[in-house]
Ligand binder design. Structure first.
Ligand SMILES: Cc1cc2nc3c(=O)[nH]c(=O)nc-3n(C[C@H](O)[C@H](O)[C@H](O)COP(=O)(O)OP(=O)(O)OC[C@H]3O[C@@H](n4cnc5c(N)ncnc54)[C@H](O)[C@@H]3O)c2cc1C
Ligand SMILES: *[C@@H]1O[C@H](CO)[C@@H](O)[C@H](O)[C@H]1NC(C)=O
Ligand SMILES: *[C@@H]1O[C@H](CO)[C@@H](O)[C@H](O)[C@H]1NC(C)=O
Ligand SMILES: *[C@@H]1O[C@H](CO)[C@@H](O)[C@H](O)[C@H]1NC(C)=O
Ligand SMILES: *[C@@H]1O[C@H](CO)[C@@H](O)[C@H](O)[C@H]1NC(C)=O
Ligand SMILES: CC(=O)N[C@H]1CO[C@H](CO)[C@@H](O)[C@@H]1O
Length: 507
């Protein structure tokens, strides 16, 4: 329970109990700082700002807690003195670029516009493979897992036109004949599934994982362009912001802790006590932030909204960077390590690659969800011991040199993110997702990666949402009251058929 004043508390209780609509809260100040406040300076926020600007609306302020724009595009200078490189703790790839005659991923358009230095990754080709006995060739198992993934996607596609209900991707895999048992099979499945969705097939929707993969990789191409730019991947947002934002249109180092709204407008309070008021607010905070108590709403968000927020899931994807004095490992881009425990340091990426950072001595391993949450609770030394232990297992005859640097970011623990990106859980209904995306009273609007039905999780999802919501807000700012149309929401999401429970004992 957040610390709320008596009025807010009364409102909180009344909305929780679904009593009649609470009285309007008068905004404390008649003065308005802007027509629109855009909360968050990530891909969604900067795209929303750009869209308003292009529509002729410049009376807005972007409010960002960090000292810079970029959000989950977050770079880090890594390595010992004299051997430092810009690595990406968050987003690193433009996923899906463009087919010859197809539509272009808008993130790729931005990357080209700002001359981002990228390299094409080929992580599904040529893979070094290991298990607890060291190097072992199970390429055939990985190829089988790739076919199994294709079957999963195709089977989901076959269910959609028949309106068959969703289940977990695990159900889909099992029904299509893929039932991994060995460490090799688990690692190969993880590589195709968890590494992208950061969640296991049990935790993920069968249908949505399929349409999500199709949207990005069929619509925009199978290419993954990795940023190796010394300015950081974030440079595409920072350069874009510089090209149209005036200094007085952005407030950095400004953390929001309360959003008050009524039919008449919104007021946003910062942690330093300052307030900003406006007609509209576009909130682009991550789903994880909305799920925690870092930012409060007054009155509390309606039940249909809160239910949606708590129903979609926020995953964790932790990239752990190690630097060694020299490269002692595989020459492929990626290695797969199959441990008896599924998800225990399975993916290893070499950044010391002629295409990326040759001579850098940098190796990167990724862990996700449950395993990720486990390790970030451990002392750093213990994590490092585990990593060196796995490398020792992969290379039994090599003395692993002491690392010269070691770093990871715990996205889950950061109050500005509370996880990495959203995931669609099994049987999460379309109506609830629409509610997640919907505005409240045409005053509080929501944009961000999680609201994108097709592209959730990806930068392009954040881009499309920022753009779409800003267009809606434009109609509200510029048009008549009738032109201001919000998003549809469903107040009570119902079963097509009621639960038929018969408690009588029948013999
Ligand atoms: C580890 C990792 C790897 C990823 N890899 C890829 C990839 O390779 N390719 C890809 O396409 N996508 C990737 N993604 C996903 C991608 O980064 C996101 O989809 C996208 O950046 C989300 O943008 P957004 O604007 O919706 O949210 P954000 O980037 O989270 O923007 C929200 C902003 O709000 C700010 N904020 C939060 N709370 C407050 C507050 N209280 N007050 C003020 N400001 C606040 C935050 O600082 C942030 O800047 C990855 C994400 C992670 C974490
Ligand atoms: C934000 O804070 C950082 C220090 O945390 C400071 O270096 C920077 O100048 C501040 N930026 C603005 C715009 O206030
Ligand atoms: C692994 O085995 C496959 C055949 O299953 C073979 O084509 C491939 O070259 C082998 N890879 C290595 C690195 O030996
Ligand atoms: C994804 O695309 C494949 C190939 O075109 C198709 O077979 C499948 O039905 C699609 N899946 C979904 C969920 O649309
Ligand atoms: C390690 O050395 C032993 C003994 O010389 C040898 O049998 C084994 O094949 C080597 N393993 C690897 C992975 O090179
Ligand atoms: C993560 C993943 O496996 N993505 C796949 C989505 O589908 C396309 C087309 O089948 C594949 O090429 C991608 O690798």
């Amino acid at each position: 329970m957040p610390s709320l004043g008596p009025l807010a508390l009364a409102l909180y209780l009344s909305t929780s109990l679904a009593l009649p609509a609470p009285p309007q809260i008068p905004l404390s100040s008649a003065r308005s700082d802007a027509k629109v406040l855009i909360l968050g300076g990530g891909m969604a926020g900067i795209t929303a700002a750009r869209t308003l600007h292009d529509q002729g609306i410049d009376d807005f302020i972007v409010v960002e807690a960090r000292h810079e724009v970029g959000g989950r595009m977050l770079s880090h200078t890594f390595g010992e003195p004299g051997r430092q490189y810009t690595v990406e703790l968050g987003a690193n790839w433009v996923q899906g670029t463009r087919h010859d005659d197809g539509p272009e991923n808008p993130v790729w358009t931005l990357a080209k516009k700002h001359h981002l230095d990228t390299r094409l990754s080929s992580y599904f080709e040529g893979l070094a493979t290991f298990d607890e006995d060291g190097p072992v060739n199970y390429t055939d198992v990985i190829e089988a897992a790739s076919r199994n993934f294709d079957k999963l996607i195709a089977s989901a596609g076959a269910r959609l036109p028949k309106s068959l209900v969703d289940a977990s991707a695990r159900t889909g895999y099992s029904l299509t004949g893929s039932r991994p048992q060995t460490p090799h099979e688990h690692a190969a499945e993880y590589y195709h599934f968890d590494w992208e969705f950061q969640s296991s097939p049990e935790e993920t929707s069968w249908l949505a994982s399929s349409w999500n993969n199709n949207s990005t990789f069929f619509t925009f191409s199978e290419q993954n362009a990795m940023s190796v730019d010394g300015r950081g991947f974030k440079t595409i947002l920072q350069s874009e912001a510089r090209s149209f934002l005036r200094e007085d249109q952005i407030r950095l180092n400004a953390t929001v802790d309360l959003i008050s709204y009524s039919d008449d407008g919104v007021e946003v309070r910062l942690t330093d006590g300052q307030t900003l008021s406006a007609d509209h607010v576009i909130c682009t905070f991550s789903l994880g932030v909305l799920q925690h108590d870092d930012v409060h709403f007054e009155p509390p968000l309606p039940m249909w909204k809160r239910e949606a927020i708590y129903s979609m899931t926020m995953g964790v994807y932790t990239k752990i960077f190690l630097q060694f004095p020299y490269k002692f490992w595989f020459d492929t881009e990626i290695a797969l390590y199959a441990d008896r425990e599924r998800g225990r340091y399975p993916i290893w990426q070499s950044l010391d690659d002629p295409d990326f950072f040759p001579g850098s001595g940098i190796l990167l391993t990724t862990v996700t969800n449950a395993f990720s949450r486990r390790i970030v609770s451990l002392p750093k030394d213990q994590i490092l011991d585990e990593l060196l232990d796995v490398l020792g297992t992969m290379y039994p005859n090599i003395t692993i040199p002491a690392p010269t640097d070691f770093h990871f970011k715990s996205w889950d623990e950061d109050p500005l993110f509370r996880g990495s990106y959203a995931n669609w859980p099994p049987s999460f209904l379309e109506e609830k997702h629409a509610n997640l995306r919907a505005d409240v009273k045409r005053r509080v609007w929501f944009a961000g990666e999680a609201g994108s039905k097709l592209y959730f999780g990806y930068l392009q999802g954040a881009y499309f949402e920022g753009r779409h919501v800003a267009m809606k807000v434009t109609s509200c700012v510029q048009g008549s009251r009738e032109a201001c149309v919000g998003f549809e929401h469903v107040k009570n999401v119902k079963n097509t058929r009621p639960y038929d429970i018969d408690y009588e004992v029948s013999v």
